[in-house]
Design a protein around this ligand. Structure first.
Ligand code: CUA
Length: 334
């Protein structure tokens, strides 16, 4: 077994050993009964005719119900571990990951970039927001028991919390061309104070949100989607991330990385109620890293209460248009 160094690793291992245990139990049970029956019911004389058997409902019920219960226990346990692994907790350190033939490009939200190496603190939750520049890759850290496909044109999420300091292998686990086997790296788990030192020692790089803000202005996004609602031709983007969005088609969805990318590259696909199909596409004009920067900038646009106003007790109308969305389209924000 590879080393176990994340909070989810013992859970994955326990499920794995349960599967091995169930398998071994039935291998020996079936083989044992087989051998026993071969001996017990062997033909004793050349003229022996076996006694006819009409079947047994009791036996059939037992050998159907018990395997059903075992199969469902594997399903329930597997689903529980799976959901824990795909649903990142709140308050995570976010890391942007871009896979390309044949390297891993990683960036911390504070701006530090790394290639084929990721420094992270022990005992803190780390969320990976991953995309690919070319073909499908797969981000695999055996010691953490995480493996998630990294896809072009989509964002996949994974998270982990390391439990031990040290250096661990990072692999690409999806055949991606000639140097697939060389698409490897290391995960360096440090003590939190050591990590903070490392992070501040590499602080000369621009944070993705800052780079995103510059892109946002240079591309002219701001003329329609002003951060404070100016422009007005497009929905304001303040507080957008993680919020429900109401679409022209009557659908509702939650604004996540994939939604923001879709809205930039194919703006007519998911029109927000109250807004016309006027936004041009930016398909092919942004690299995956620039998209991530814009996304980081949009994420940083959080709702703040202007001084002097009382903080809203519930979601404010501008944040959550709710059922009144059709009646007041100007409140719709994207
Ligand atoms: Cu990237 Cu295999």
């Amino acid at each position: 077994m590879p080393e176990s160094a994340s909070t989810v690793a013992p859970k994955v291992d326990a499920l794995y050993f349960y599967l091995i245990g169930v398998t071994l139990f039935f291998v020996f049970l079936i083989a044992g009964i087989l051998i026993f029956f071969v001996i017990k019911y062997r033909r004793r004389s050349p003229f022996e005719i076996p006694r006819p058997i009409a079947g047994s409902h009791k036996l059939e019920t037992i050998w159907s119900v018990i395997p059903f219960i075992i199969a469902m226990s594997i399903f329930a346990w597997g689903a529980q571990v799976y959901f824990e692994q795909v649903r990142p907790a709140a308050n995570t350190n976010e890391i942007y990951v871009v896979g390309k033939q044949w390297m891993w490009k990683l960036q911390h939200t504070t701006g530090q970039r790394e290639i084929n190496e990721l420094h992270i603190p022990v005992g803190r939750k780390v969320k990976l927001i991953m995309t690919s520049e070319d073909v499908i890759h797969s981000f695999y850290i055996p010691a953490f028991r995480i493996k998630t496909d990294v896809l072009p044109g989509r964002y996949t999420i994974s998270w982990f919390e390391a439990t031990k300091t040290g250096t661990y292998h990072l692999f690409c686990a999806e055949y991606c061309g000639m140097n697939h086997s060389g698409m490897i790296g290391s995960i360096i788990v440090m003590e939190p104070t050591e990590f903070d030192n490392w992070l501040s020692g590499n602080a000369n790089q621009q944070a993705p949100a800052v780079a995103g803000k510059q892109l946002y202005q240079s591309l002219g996004c701001v003329s329609c989607h002003g951060a404070n609602g100016e422009g007005g031709r497009g929905p304001t983007l303040v507080g957008l991330f993680g919020r429900k969005v109401f679409l022209q088609s009557g659908q509702t969805l939650t604004a996540d990385e994939s939604y923001v990318r879709e809205s930039i590259e194919n703006p007519q696909a998911e029109l927000v109620t109250g807004f016309g199909p006027i936004m041009p596409t930016f398909q092919g004009q942004l690299t995956p890293e620039q998209l991530i920067q814009i996304m980081a900038y949009i994420k940083s646009l959080q709702v703040t209460n202007p001084p002097g106003t009382t903080p809203a007790t519930g979601p404010s109308p501008a944040v959550n248009p709710g059922a009144s969305s059709a009646a007041s389209p100007t409140q719709n924000t994207r």
